[in-house]
Design a protein around this ligand. Structure first.
Ligand code: ADP
Length: 374
């Protein structure tokens, strides 16, 4: 059977999704300027799959996550849930669709009313959707047990729980309606490392038991490594690389992915001592003033190496000599072996991998990755 035939069906699809914001706030220089927070992104999450979505703060991940629930409306593009185009559906139909797709936030405390018991908070989605009946209390107790909370604590208030337990409450609330898809926006970023592992294990167990699909948003590659089947890397509104998890960590193609890998924390102290601080220059660019050509070119080590090696047309940009293509042409996301895709004029390849990428991969010790099955 071919891959296409055996692959699980798509649970969620974004097709050429774009969201443009106009900055308000008269005092700021950027006021009134358009921000292309998400700029023509297409991606698919298969049933039972976790797609990790990674990029620095400001790269458009949260906006993309919110587009998937239509908490933010797309400026253009399409959204399909379970194969059904829900881009233009009415508010009422949208409400029904939200039973299938729910969101978990970084800060559950912010989304939990301090004056309401956690049992009531977890029950709320059932009430909002008109599904509260005599089985309601049992359903609430069921999801509380599922996420490792004691159902007898349903009458307690949010402040009586630790950060990790509050995130369990946030997850329980998202699961009450028995959704098919969870958008998890930095769900463990605010937690201690030991608690992070517990929450990640919990999410994985629930996924296995319920066949859920996850869009798992994080700002670094360390957190998504164990949970993701595939990973999409975002930079200033665009997906610049999308790859099977093991490929991304062993054969990163985009220089931005290599730069993010260089920032992955390493457990082994001997390795950590050899760590290069960063291979990327400067801060993420401004979303109101996206560079022409490849938007990563001002920070790209690879563009500089390729230009210095000669053999391609080059141009000077400030202090740097860069390939002309990087300055002028916006690279499209192109297939690069199997289902992996990269948007780069000069991607790293196993054959021509630059010294920089080789050093980064050595630094992170080509980490062994335990297998995951769908
Ligand atoms: P990330 O989640 O990767 O940090 P975001 O999606 O939050 O990125 O933001 C992407 C860009 O869109 C940023 O430049 C941010 O300032 C801008 N942005 C996000 N939401 C709004 C909004 N409601 N109004 C104006 N700009 C926004």
């Amino acid at each position: 059977m071919s891959d296409t035939l055996s692959a699980p069906p798509p649970a969620l699809e974004l097709v050429d999704a774009t969201r443009v914001f106009t900055r308000r706030g008269g005092l700021f220089k950027s006021a009134g300027k358009a921000v292309r927070a998400v700029d023509g992104v297409s991606l698919t999450i298969r049933a039972g799959e976790t797609l990790g979505l990674v990029g620095e703060s400001g790269s458009g991940k949260s906006t993309l996550g919110r587009l998937a629930l239509r908490l933010v409306e797309p400026t253009s593009g399409r959204l399909l849930v379970d194969g059904r185009d829900v881009t233009g559906v009415s508010k009422a139909e949208m409400q029904a669709m939200r039973r299938d797709i729910q969101m978990v936030f970084q800060d559950p405390y912010g989304s939990l009313d301090p004056r309401v018991t956690i049992g009531q908070s977890i029950a709320e989605p059932l009430k909002v959707h008109g599904l509260w009946d005599s089985d309601g209390p049992q359903k609430v107790a069921g999801v509380m047990s599922l996420v490792g909370l004691d159902p007898s604590h349903a009458d307690r208030y949010p402040h009586q729980f630790s950060g990790g337990q509050r995130q369990r409450i946030g997850i329980a609330r998202a699961l009450t309606l028995d959704p098919k898809i969870l958008v998890l926006d930095e769900p463990v970023s605010a937690l201690d490392v030991s608690i992070q592992a517990q929450i990640i294990n919990l999410l994985q167990r629930i996924q296995r038991e319920r066949g859920l699909s996850y869009l798992f948003i994080a700002h670094d590659l360390a957190v998504v490594r164990h949970v993701s089947h595939r990973i999409a890397v975002m930079y200033l509104g665009k997906v610049v690389e999308m790859a099977e998890r093991d490929n991304l960590y062993r054969r990163p193609l985009h220089p931005y992915t290599v730069s993010l890998l260089a920032a992955v924390p390493i457990a082994d102290v001997r390795m950590r001592n050899r760590r290069r601080t960063s291979v990327t220059m400067g801060e993420i660019g401004s979303a109101t003033n996206v560079p022409p050509g490849c938007r990563f070119h001002p920070r790209c080590y690879r563009a500089r190496l390729v230009a210095a090696a000669g053999g391609v047309p080059t141009e000077r940009s400030g202090d740097a000599l860069l390939p002309r293509a990087c300055l002028i042409d916006q690279p499209a996301l192109k297939a690069c072996g199997g289902t992996d895709q990269v948007a780069c004029h000069f991607p790293e390849t196993p054959e021509t991998r630059s010294e920089v990428a080789t050093a980064v991969l050595q630094d992170i010790g080509y980490p062994p990755i335990r297998p995951i099955t769908l």
